[in-house]
Design a protein around this ligand. Sequence first.
Ligand code: PMP
Length: 409
Amino acid sequence: MAISAERRDDFPILRRRVHGAPLVYLDSAASAQKPERVLDAVDGFYRQHYANVHRGAHTLSAEATDAYEAARTRVARFINAPDERSVVFVRNATEGINLVAHAWGRRAIGPGDEIVVTVAEHHANLVPWHLLAAERGAVIRGVPLGGDQRVDLDALKGAMSPRTKLVTTFHVSNVLGVLNPIAEIARIAHEAGALLLVDGAQAVPHLPVDVQALGADMYAFSGHKVGAPSGIGALWVREELLATWPPFMGGGEMIRTVALDRSTYADIPMRFEAGTPAIAEAVGLHAALDYLDEVGLQDIWDHDRALARYAIERLRGVDGVTLYGPEGDDRGGIVTFNLDGVHPHDVASALDVRGVAIRAGHHCAQPLMGALGVRSTARASFWIHTTTDEIDLLADALGEVRTFFAGVA
Ligand code: PMP
């Protein structure tokens, strides 16, 4: 693993204790902790440069606008978008997906048109399509997992029809930890004449993302999972598509002219950013992306995958553990499991007492829980600061929890 243990010092929160024990934060997939550099960037911005953007003629407003627009350019460079004009700031991946459903979907989707999703989507990539389908009379087609718990690409091909307008899927699964073969999925979508939207919430923090090489048409992610503040995220859309979309919300910032009874709208990307945006949060996002580039995305991906392999091996040695998700080189730092006879919420509570933070529940993926034959699971997720010692602690604690709850001495 090429990531130095000293990277832990970059995260001030890791110095705190929980219930008297050092914090072991294994919930990065829910939200990532913030590197000091991000905290400093946000603090420094508020202390020195803060004002509203795109409005005032005064110095602070110009500085704030420059910082906000520099963050947009940084996002474009980070995901290799050809142009920052095609990057829209949103609150999070959820809002990015909803933006597509409204601005594109309400015009492009008609009765009988088909939207293809997989069974492993996060609710953020299902519910917006349910809402759109109900409004427009569209049909949602679901693609199952294959026996190896990866998306079944033959089933995906079989799900395509002349009515398919959109394929939308995750880049990395928040439950299975698996990397979806997006370039291949893009080819399948495009051959059928459909667009491809990628939910990159679990990918952008963990591996190099190049939206052009992937062949995606739209790509959404959340800042809070990449070490930035919450309340900022980005949606990238191929410029020639985005340029044709109507606004998503109305208000200040997104207009060209406003009369009492009608308005005309700004060019992209401002057309999609109504109201005062998350300014300092964008500055924090800029700092977070700088930090990730400094650590090295390929190193982060290698580190996450090595930790996943290690965790799978250690957890397999714990009596009563069932693991979910495929194994292999395409498995990132998310390990989902159940402990026989112990509810996942009890597992999480028992670990919390030891200072270990994991997630328990359906992980906003109820259709996937159904496909796995469970109602809920526990999930440990890793990032830059995670160590094998912490995984040892998790595995040892799980053994104790199992003994305690199941009375298996
Ligand atoms: N997609 C995936 C795969 C996720 O893991 C998440 C967050 N758990 C989301 C979408 C939604 O992210 P947010 O809540 O930040 O919009």
